[in-house]
Each structure stands twice: as C-alpha cells, then as structure tokens.
Design a protein around this ligand. Structure first.
Ligand code: SF4
Length: 442
C-alpha cells in the first residue's frame, strides 16, 4: 500500500479539509441547503422509521449507506393545472417534475462537496421498468412526505400540503448521515372532504366513501404510460394492415401517442388535483364563492368532450356512461399479470366492487407447475380479501397449471381448452366462477 499512499491523488485527497464531521447533520443547516436549492418545504425521516415499512429494504438496496430521507415539495402553479386544455396542465406537471429533479440534484451536489454521501431517485420517471408490472419505483415518495410532516393523504390519494394543498410535486433525497431533528406527521388532514375530486374524476376512481379504484385511474389517466402504451403496441401488432389499424385507433390518438413519446407522457385527467380546494394558500376562492368555484373550475372539466379509456365491463365503463354523456367511451385492455404472484397481488388493484355487488363466496386457488402457490380469495359485501394458503371452506376450488392460467388471463389460452386438457380443474359451481371473473375484467 506504500505506493498508493504516495500517489498524488491520495496525498491531495488527504490534505483536503473535512467540511462536515461524520456525525449527525444539523437539521437547520440541511433544511437551508434544501430551501436554497429551490424546495418550498422540507422534512427529514430516519431510515428506521416504522412509516417506511416494506420499502425500507428497497431503499437500502438502491443506497446501502442511507441513514436519513430528505422529503421535499415544490409548488405547482394551480391555474395551468385547472385548465381543461390538458396540454397546459401537462406542461406544468412536467416542468415541475424537472424542477424537483434539478432541486434534488443540487442538494446532492452541495452535500457531496461537503463530504456527505447522498443520492436523488427520480421524482416521477424514469423508474425500474425491468420490474414492470411489479414495483417499478425506487422510493414511494408519498408515505415519506407524510412521515416527514409535509402533508396528509387526501381521499384522492395524493399528499395535501397544509399550505400549498394538492398543488405540489414530491422529491426525496437519500442521505448517508443521521440528522439532528426529524419531521412528524401533520396533526390534522388538510383534506376538507368536499368530494369535488369524486365528482370530477371521469372514471369514478374515487368513491365518496374513500374507496379508490387503481385500475380505473391507471387505465385512463395513464393511458399513454406503461400499460396503455404496451396495449397500443399490441393493437398495432394485432392490426391486419393500415386500414385495420385506423379503424381501431383514431388519428388523434395516434398523434397523442406521438406527442407523449416526443414531449413526455401526457396525463389524461389528473382532475382530482385540479379541483382540490384544500390548503391555506388555495382555499380562498372556494370559501368565498362555492357556486362560482364549481362553475369555473369543476364544471368545465366535467363537460369537456374527450375520449375516456376503460376496460370493458369495468365499474369505470358504467360510471362514464351514467355520469358523463359528453365523453366518449374507449374500450381498451387493462393491466394483465405475467406471473401468479402478480395475479394474486394485482387482484386488489383490479377488483371491481360494483361488479361484485350481491356476490358472497370463498374461492381456493391451487397453482401447479412453474409457479406453485395456494391462495384463498373471499368476496363479500363489495369487498375482497386475498390470503396465502387454503383457509376455511370454499364454494369454488380452482386447480390450475400456472402458465396456462396466466395464458388464460392474457387471452392467449381459452378456459374451455384448458379445462378439456385438465390444465385447469374447477370444483364447485361454475356460476360462482363466472361471477368471480366479472369482478376482474381485463
Ligand atoms: S377535492 Fe376535496 S375531498 Fe378531494 S382530496 Fe381535495 S379536499 Fe379532499
């Protein structure tokens, strides 16, 4: 090692002044660095905080040295987000996401120069697409922001900051040091439960009782992101020729996909954020004139003529038909699992509670072959429970080869074909299996 010790880089490195001691960072010092970098608010969360739950191991895998998560918000401008012209709203979303990423990068640079290791996962995209359709994000920013005291979740499933309301984007910096003081969750929820987000969502993703339909939201709002994009590619591949493709996809939708590929993916709605009046800075116009707020902010989004993407047979399709006569229903394929683990996890995301109305049954699933697994699925009172293993008495028992079952879910294998070849065996009433299938349209 003598030679390495004498190397000019090593000698110069050792002569450098140590700017920050390897002890806990001062919270006030770190906060000021974040504000100077452009954050509008900031809070700190230690890596061992219980609120991080299962994502702790994912974060440690990305950055084993992390000791503290710095959560920060950057404000969106409300008026562009509220415009029925979605190009204006998307420009604002993307500009602010870029801003958050610049802010977190600046923080990492300042900390790095001070001898503090730090890392900045993306505020939104890019994500780890090799894991798609599983967990693609490195950090789930929302629970970190809540733990840091930057807001609480509204019924629209976005974090509402007490001052800036829903008009924020979130960022997280992973820091390799402890910090002298941490944030604590805000002791009230800024959501005023006005239910405007319920009224404005074109696909009924948000229930008045707080229920949230992930599949409805991802199918429409994220049509030009992961699952919608892969469905569009499949539509191209399935088309016989140009005329057939044009019959399936209007020119405006092809052009919209081009726009998303060229200028970042478009959100189709995000109306829940647009109409949300919560937050000290934002709530004034709603309090002053609720009727006027509805007429100028909510109604233009509700009556806007536009395509709305739904899975055939979904609760969302029925909702659009019932509530939004000026919108055009576009039937598309939804999220499709590529593994049994994905199927069992995805059931919670794809469950259509209105389609399950009146159904009360327990199902046992036994998967054999490449991905053996056992699960118990209960559907009652418009609710779903999925458990590992076979529990209690089941009205229906399905024993299936795992690859065949995934093929059936993806439309490449017929259930009748699979049953004739005993790749899928069903014990119990087929009527209950048909009712089960209706709860998970894809
Ligand atoms: S729109 Fe109203 S109900 Fe919905 S999240 Fe905002 S404050 Fe809560």
């Amino acid at each position: 090692m003598a030679k390495l010790d004498e190397h000019p880089s090593v000698v110069r490195h050792r002569e450098r002044p140590r700017t920050v001691e390897a002890t806990a960072l001062d919270a006030g010092w770190l906060r000021q660095i974040c504000l100077d970098a452009g954050a509008d608010d900031v809070g700190f969360v230690a890596i061992d905080r219980p609120e991080l739950g299962e994502q702790r191991s994912e974060i440690l895998a990305a950055f084993p040295g992390v000791r503290t998560l710095v959560s920060l918000v950057c404000r969106l401008n409300p008026e562009p987000i509220r415009s029925p012209a979605r190009s204006i709203a998307n420009q604002e979303f993307h500009a602010n996401y870029d801003h958050v990423n610049e802010v977190t990068r600046r923080i990492v640079r300042v900390l790095g120069d001070a001898g503090v290791p730090a890392m900045n996962p993306a505020s939104a995209f890019p994500m780890e697409m090799d894991r798609y359709p599983g967990r693609i994000w490195v950090v789930a920013h929302k629970p970190v922001a809540v733990a840091a005291g930057l807001g609480q979740m509204g019924i629209h499933r976005c974090v509402i900051h007490p001052v800036f309301g829903s008009f924020i984007n979130l960022g997280t910096v992973l820091v390799g040091r402890e910090v002298s003081d941490q944030g604590a969750p805000v002791d009230f929820n800024p959501c005023v439960e006005c239910k405007l987000c319920v009224a404005a969502c074109p696909v009924g993703a948000i229930g008045p009782d707080g229920h949230f339909s992930f599949s409805a939201c991802v199918t429409h709002n994220y049509r030009e992101f992961m699952s919608g994009f892969t469905d569009w590619v499949a539509t191209i591949a399935d088309s016989r020729d140009g005329d057939d493709y044009r019959r399936r996809v209007p020119a405006s939708e092809s052009a919209s996909m081009w726009q998303s590929l060229s200028f970042k993916a478009n959100y189709k709605a995000a109306y829940c954020v647009a109409v949300c009046p919560a937050g000290e800075d934002v709530i004034g116009p709603f309090l002053d004139d609720r009727k006027g707020f509805l007429e100028t902010v909510v109604d233009p989004l509700k009556v806007k003529e536009e395509p709305v993407y739904v899975v055939p047979g979904s609760d969302a399709e029925a909702h659009v038909a019932r509530r939004f006569p000026s919108k055009t229903i576009r039937r598309v394929r939804g999220l499709r699992p590529v593994s049994i683990a994905g199927f069992l996890f995805g059931m919670k995301l794809n469950f259509q509670r209105e389609a399950s109305r009146g159904l009360s049954a327990t199902y046992h699933f036994i998967f054999t072959g490449r991905e053996p697994a056992e699960a118990t699925v209960e559907i009652r009172d418009r609710g779903l429970t999925v458990r590992q293993g076979l529990a209690g008495e089941a009205q229906v028992r399905v024993t299936a080869d795992s690859d065949t079952w995934i093929g059936f879910l993806n439309g490449t294998r017929s259930l009748v074909w699979a049953m004739l070849r005993r790749k899928v065996r069903v014990r119990g009433r087929l009527r209950l299996l048909a009712a089960f299938a209706k709860c998970f349209p894809s």
